[in-house]
Design a protein around this ligand. Structure first.
Ligand code: 5GP
Length: 193
């Protein structure tokens, strides 16, 4: 998606450890006009699927998922990062290792909000090693629901997640795929799509 690539090129900041900071339009301040265009694009990519719910994970996925949901006219459920102490039989639970915080979280969704009837589009901001997506897929499968597709804003194509998730046969679409980023020169290259 040209608009997103241009914005990353203009405002993205490359940090140590393969981290791309996009706080000025996506992860802290949010550009709602851009989010709306991203939502439109997700609708174009997944509009033929019988999606009745969007699943994301707190915190950064929520804004993108909510704007996208307006294009699908479906509710959004976000998986919560929980204290283990709160985990009981009322929730589906999984573990996710955070790429940015190097910490493992218990992540939960209430059994009230996903069921075997659901056809789910998973949405998140970044795809790096695929831990977050693996966890979200696990939650959907625990509920016996169907993953209809996965929509990502920014995939770091030089990390393993994209290949891993696509090899499961899931329909994964990323709006921008960063092929390489150079900390010293600040150069960001995208995979042609
Ligand atoms: P994964 O689980 O695929 O390794 O990493 C994806 C998660 O880590 C995303 O939910 C995102 O919040 C965070 N993340 C991974 N890489 C980056 C990055 O380069 N920049 C930002 N801002 N977040 C990232």
């Amino acid at each position: 998606m040209k608009l997103l690539e241009e914005r990353i090129q203009k405002d993205g900041i490359i940090k140590e450890g393969n981290v791309l900071k996009v706080d000025s339009f996506l992860n802290h301040q949010m550009d709602i006009h851009l989010f709306n265009k991203m939502g439109q694009e997700f609708k174009r990519l997944f509009g033929d699927k019988p999606i009745n719910k969007i699943l994301t994970i707190e915190a950064s996925g929520i804004g993108i998922a909510c704007i996208a949901a307006q294009h699908f006219n479906v509710p959004v459920v976000f998986a919560k990062k929980a204290q283990s102490i709160n985990i009981d039989g009322e929730v589906y639970a999984t573990k996710i290792e955070s790429f940015t915080h190097k910490k493992t979280y218990d992540v939960i969704v209430s059994k009230k909000y996903i069921s075997s009837e659901d056809h789910i589009l998973i949405i998140d901001d970044f795809l790096a090693n695929g831990c977050a997506l693996n966890g979200l897929i696990d939650l959907v499968q625990s509920a016996g629901a169907t993953v209809e597709g996965i929509g990502i804003a920014i995939e770091k194509g030089f990390q393993a997640g994209g290949k891993l998730i696509r090899s499961k046969g899931v329909h994964l679409e990323s709006l921008a795929i960063v092929e390489s980023m150079d900390t010293t020169t600040g150069t960001i290259k995208f995979r042609p799509q």
